[in-house]
Design a protein around this ligand. Structure first.
Ligand code: G
Ligand code: G
Ligand code: MN
Ligand code: NA
Length: 254
């Protein structure tokens, strides 16, 4: 309850920050974009991670204004990146279940895309299987609306839900994110290796792109590349970092 009360104040007092974790194209090793990950600079507790406050924000309804803030921040970043060296970058944003099923998301996105004049294809929205399956019919409509605007859609934590395959049949998406739970033991667990390889092949035959999450070792990266995984994200490449640091990293690598 303490955190819940403090959260509303935190939004007013601008204590949230977006960190960016680079996403790497495996064939070229280039940074092709980033996932935006929310951080809270609590005046006394220091940095608080989203695992601690997103569930509370969901419960209390704060996730709606907070999610709107994240989208506003993300689209203004994409606007700022319309400059040599950064203009190719894609930005992925996590959506929570409540945001997906509320009425305000599409009008808010339309306003932001219009006022910032950005290419919708550079914005990717990540939706977990469990969030989408809470209301499959509504999610299907939402994803169709998003994609008709040119916004990209990725399935987050792919493989951890109970309906991954029906999901692929039901929803129009662009990319799946292989959960780090499968990537972690790729070298030691033959089952995980087979599951990851088959998931990549399945996604590709459906015309979807694949990004692997939680890549921590070169062996994992090499395995994924050998299976034609398109992109990867993880501590091997970089941890989530402040925006300025990410921009410097992209410019430095260019
Ligand atoms: O950054 P990381 O370590 O700790 O993120 C933990 C979890 O918090 C991830 O599952 C991520 O999807 C979620 N998360 C991070 N930022 C956001 C956000 O802006 N909105 C939502 N809904 N979830 C987020
Ligand atoms: O949205 P999602 O739950 O996928 O958010 C990604 C989460 O995974 C964030 O909390 C991020 O900090 C974390 N993360 C990113 N890369 C790695 C990694 O290589 N290893 C581990 N253990 N966690 C990671
Ligand atoms: Mn995510
Ligand atoms: Na994930």
């Amino acid at each position: 309850l303490m955190l819940e009360n403090r959260l509303w104040q935190a939004l007013e007092q601008n204590e949230f920050e977006l960190y960016l974790q680079p996403q790497i194209e495996l064939a070229t090793q280039r940074i092709i974009g980033a996932e935006a990950l929310l951080r809270w600079h609590h005046p006394e507790l220091g940095m608080v991670g989203p695992d601690r406050f997103i569930p509370i924000a969901e419960e209390s309804g704060l996730i709606i204004p907070l999610g709107d803030w994240v989208l506003q921040r993300a689209t203004s970043l994409l606007h700022a990146w319309r400059t040599p060296g950064l203009a190719h970058l894609r930005l992925a944003v996590n959506l929570s279940a409540r945001q997906c099923h509320g009425p305000g998301l599409l009008p808010h996105l339309d306003r932001l895309l219009h006022s910032h004049g950005i290419d919708p294809a550079l914005l990717e929205l990540e939706i977990t299987e469990s969030a989408a399956m809470q209301d499959p019919e509504r999610s299907r409509t939402l994803l169709t609306e998003l994609r008709s605007r040119g916004i990209k859609v990725a399935i987050d934590d792919f493989g951890t839900g109970y309906s991954s395959l029906s999901y692929l049949k039901l929803f129009e998406i662009d990319r799946i994110k292989i959960d780090r739970g499968f990537v972690k033991d790729i070298e030691s667990d033959p089952n995980d290796a087979v599951i990851v390889a088959a998931t990549i092949a399945l996604a590709h035959s459906l015309g979807l792109e694949v990004i692997a999450e939680g890549v921590e070792t070169q062996a994992q990266r090499d395995f994924l590349r050998s299976k034609q995984c398109d992109e990867a994200q993880g501590y091997l490449f970089a941890r989530p970092m402040p925006v300025a640091q990410f921009e410097a990293m992209v410019r430095g690598a260019a």
